[in-house]
Write a protein that binds this ligand. Sequence first.
Ligand SMILES: *Cc1c(COP(=O)(O)O)cnc(C)c1O
Length: 423
Amino acid sequence: MTEFRPLHPESSMMSLGYDPFLSEGAIKPPIFMTSTFAFRRAVDGERYFRWAYGLEQRDPAEAMGLIYSRLNNPGLEILEERLALWDGTERALSFASGMAAISTSVLAHCRPGDSVLYSSPVYGGTEYLMMHILPGFGIQTHSFAADTPAEELASFAASLGSSLRVLFLETPANPTNRMIDIEETIRTIKARVPEGHSLLTFVDNTFLGPVFQNPLRFGADLNLYSATKYIGGHSDVIAGAITGRGNILEPISVYRTILGSVPDPFSCWLLLRSLETLKIRMTEQAKNARILASRLQDDPRIEAVHYPELLPPGHPQRLIYEKQCSGPGAIVAFEIRGGKAAAFKFLDGVRLCKLAVSLGGTESLVEHPATMTHSDVPTDIQFSVGITEGLLRLSVGIEHVEDLWADLDQALARAVDEPAVTR
Ligand SMILES: *Cc1c(COP(=O)(O)O)cnc(C)c1O
C-alpha cells in the first residue's frame, strides 16, 4: 500500500478496538465475565466516576477506565466501536434488545407534553410502546400511514406544533416491505414545525442496515436496530443497537446506564462474532431472496410478491428503493392462492425452512403475519396495510438456493391445487 486509505468495515471487523497483547495474545477478544473492575488507586475510581456521570469533561488524551458492567465492559466497547464503523457514525450504543434500544432512545429525548409521530405499520413491540406505554408518561403518540399524502402529513405535523419532538420511521416496514422516503418525509414535516424547533428523526433500520441502507445519509438523526436480526444473524442472541452523533447518543447512554438496558458480556461477544460475517451473510441472503422472489412471482400458485427489486420501473416505491437502498434485503412477502387455509397448509408443509417468527438469521424462517406477528393489529388496519389472509413472510437464509426452492415448491404443491410450473 503506497498511501493511507481507510479500510472498509468488513476489513476492520476482526481487529478494530482490540489489542491481542493486552489479552495474552488471544486472537479473539475474551469474554470478560465480571460485574465489576478493580481501580489501581482511589483517585482513578474518583476520576472515572466523574467522567461517567458527566460531572467533569474527559480530556480525550486520557483513557476512560472500566468501572462496572452496567456502565462499561471491554466487549461492549469493542462492539460499539465496530458498530459505529458500519454506519460511519461518531458513536454507537448497544442494548439488551431492539426494544431496549427503541424505548431507551425515546424516553431519553421526550418529556411529558411532547409528542411522537410514527409511521404505520411498525414492529409490534414498537406499536405497543407508542400506544400503551408512552402515553402513561404524558408523551402523546400519533401514527400516520406510510402512504399519507404529503400535504395531509404536513398539516397534521403543523397541528402538533412545538410539542413534536420525535419522528419515528420504520422502512422498509414489516411485513410488507413498504418503504417511506426518509428525506422527503423529514422535509415535509420540518417545513411545518416552528422555526428553530428541535425535531429528531429516528429510523428503525433493522431490515436493511447497516449493509443496504443508512438513513443518516437522508437526514435522520438516529439509526435503530434490533441486533437480534441481521446484526446477530444466527438466531442465538437478543440485542439492540443505535448509531448516530455523539450529542444525540449521550443522553441515551445516561438513560441506558440508569434503566439498565445494557447487553451482557456474552451477548456482546456473540455480536462481535456476528459482525465479522455481516456483509457476506446479508449479501448472500439477498442473493438467495432475489432468486426465490422472482420464481414466486412467476408461479401460478402465488397471487402477489412484495419485494423491492420486483417493483416495476417508475413505480413510486421503486423510486424510493433506488434512492435510499443499495440492496433489496432478504425478506420476501408473498400472497399464496387460497387464503389462510392454503397458507397454513404451506407452513405445515415446509421442511428445510422453519415455521417461526423473527428474521435475519442464517436459516430461512417463514410465518403468517395475520395470525402471528401482526395478530394484534385490528383487522381493518391489517387489510389497509396489505396484511391479507394469504400473506406469508419469508426470511431467507444462507442455505443453497436450489434446496430452498425445492422446499418452497413441495410445500406449495401440498397447499395449492394448481399444477407446478416446469422449469
Ligand atoms: C424484532 C424487531 C424489533 C424488536 O427487536 P427485539 O430485539 O426483539 O427487541 C424492532 N424492530 C424491528 C423492525 C424488528 O424486526
